[in-house]
Design a protein around this ligand. Sequence first.
Ligand code: ZN
Length: 415
Amino acid sequence: MIKIRPYYDHPAHKKIIDRYLYLAALVLPFPPEAVIGDEKLTVDGIEITAETVLEEHLQRCRKYLGKKSEKYQEALAAYSITGTPGDEQELLAQEQLLAAKVIQAASQDLYGYLYETGNTGVSPAKVPPMNKEHVRRLLTVPMNALDADLKRIGQITGEHKRPIQSKTINGSINGKIYKRQRSDELLDFVFRYESFSQRAQAFRLLKDMDVNVCPYCNRIYTVTLTKNGHKSRPQFDHYMSKSKYPYFAVSLLNLIPCCGLCNQAKSDKEDQILYPYFEEMGTDVLFRTKAENGLTYLTGCPSAQDEFSISLEAKEGTAQELREKVKNSDEVFHLTELYNEHKDYVLYLYRKRYMFSDEYLQMICDTFPEMAGRFDELKGLLYLMDLEKEQWGRRPLAKLTHDIDLQITEERNNP
Ligand SMILES: [Zn+2]
C-alpha cells in the first residue's frame, strides 16, 4: 500500500540495474551475452562483461563436473539429452540446451519469444541464438505493462488459467523410465529463483534498493544487514506468483521486497492487489477512526481503546479499480485487523494532538525557526515520523500517522 521506486526511477538506478543484470546473468542458464549484451557493467567498482560472467559460469561448471543432482539427471533423460560432459564447456552447453528444451516444451510462445527460431514446434538439437531484446524485456518489464507478446506467452489475460501447459514427459535413465518431469515444474531449472535469492549479490541488491519498511503493510522494518555475520533482509514476494508464472521468477519488477508476514499471507493468491512499484493507497484511501460514542477517547483514558475501531475508507471519487485493489490488498494482508491492533498508538496520537494544539505548535515554530521552521515539520518531530507521502516508506505506521493526524485536524476544524 506504500509505493516503492522502480529501479529506473531510483536514486541508485545504475547501481541497481548493473548488479541485477550481473546476478541474472550468473544465475540463468542462458549465454551471458543474451542477458548483458555488449554492455560494461560496474559492480562494486569491478567491470563486468559477458566474457567475465562466462568465465564464472565455466568455473562453476568445473566444480560440478560429474556431480549434478539426480533430479537434473532425470531432467536430461526426460529431454533425451545424452552423453556425459567431458569438460566444463560441454557441461555449460548441456545446461543451456536443457533450458531451451524445457522452455520449448513448456510454452512454444515463450520459446519463440526468447529464442531466434523459426520452428517453435520442434525441440531444438542445439541451443538456438537468443533474442537479447526480449530476454532483457522479460527480466525488466513492469508487471502492469506487459506487451502483447508477453501477454500471449502466459495467456495473462485475466482468465486466471494456468498459463504454462502441464505436460508429462517420458524418459529413461539406465533403463529406468521417468515420467512426471513436467515441463512447467522444470522451469525452476531455468528461472532459478532459489539460486538467485541466496547469492550474496541478492543481499547487496536489496541493500541498494533500500526498501526499509514493508510496502505491503507499512508496519515492519525490512532493513538489509550483512555485516559481522549478521544477516537480515526483506523477503522477495513474487507479484506474479512463481508457481503460475515461473518465467517471471527472477524478473526485477516482479520482485517486491517485503516482510515475511506479508510474503506468507500473499503466497500464491491471484487477487488483484496493489502493485507497489506503481500503485498505492496514497491520500485517496485513508485510515479512519470510528467512535462508538463520539470522541470521548480524546481524553486518552486507556479503556477508550474499546470505544473505537480503525477502518480503511476511500474518498469520494476514488476510481473503482483502486477501490477493488485496496479491498483485495486489505483481505490478503489482513490490514484492517492488524491495524486495529495498533489502537493504543492511535490513542497516543490523539493525546499528543490534544495537548499540542495548533496554537501551541505555532508558538514553538516561532520560537525555534531554525529547528522546526515549518508546521508540518514540527508535527513530524512531535510524532517522530515523516508525514509527507514520499517519505512513508521510511518508518513503520507512517501512513497511519499521516491519516490520523489528518482526521484530527479535520475534526478540530469542523467540530
Ligand atoms: Zn508487511
